[in-house]
Design a protein around this ligand. Structure first.
Ligand SMILES: [Zn+2]
Length: 196
């Protein structure tokens, strides 16, 4: 196994659960099987899907200035560019912040769900888990939140801003997805999918 940081090659043995294999040269974590990790990953993925539904259906931001007020949902943001030559931008936003993250979470739940109950993997589980891994760089909900944060810093002096439920749902969604990425030990899951 090559260290993802410094490319040093290691010959790896199995290590016991709840211990960590690190690169001998730079100390980067190579893999770290954790007890109960799959249950937690599935729970976080389901919670993230629920939060995504909240983020899409509730108001995101409401702002008012000099008697005018306006509110926007995530769907408004996506459809804001739907007309004219900017339409591809709408598709890209919808894809990167909604469809691809949802597809990734669903693929992850599909692949991992049977493993919780010590059952053999569902048909196509390896393809689903590979899809979930490949979609990781394309799920950009957190990039969207950084964009929102930058816009808010610019607007906060000009208008009164009220955060809607969707804002907090999206914020927690970003935290949960980050927790999934931190807890996910892909090598361990591949081994379980392999052996079952
Ligand atoms: Zn290394």
């Amino acid at each position: 196994m090559a260290c993802p940081q410094c490319d040093l090659l290691h010959r790896v043995d199995e290590i016991s659960v709840d211990s960590t294999a690190r690169c001998a040269r730079c100390g980067t974590v190579l893999f770290t099987p954790r007890s109960g990790a799959i249950e937690r990953l599935v729970a976080l993925a389901i919670a993230s899907l629920v939060l995504m539904v909240v983020a899409l259906t509730f108001p995101f931001l409401e702002m008012s200035a000099q008697g005018f007020s306006s509110h926007a949902s995530v769907l408004d943001t996506i459809t804001a560019f739907a007309g004219g030559f900017m339409a591809p931008l709408s598709l890209a936003i919808a894809g990167f912040i909604v469809f691809l993250p949802v597809l990734r979470l669903c693929a992850m739940i599909y692949a991992l769900w049977p493993l919780i109950f010590d059952r053999p993997p569902a048909p196509g589980a390896t393809a689903a888990f590979r899809l979930a891994s490949n979609l990781k760089p394309w799920s950009m909900a957190e990039i969207f939140m950084i964009g929102v944060a930058v816009a808010l810093v610019k607007m906060v002096g000009m208008a009164t801003i009220v955060f809607g439920p969707a804002f907090w749902a999206f914020g927690f969604l970003v935290v949960f997805v980050t927790m999934i990425d931190v807890m996910m030990c892909e090598r361990t899951i591949w081994r379980i999918l392999d052996t079952r």
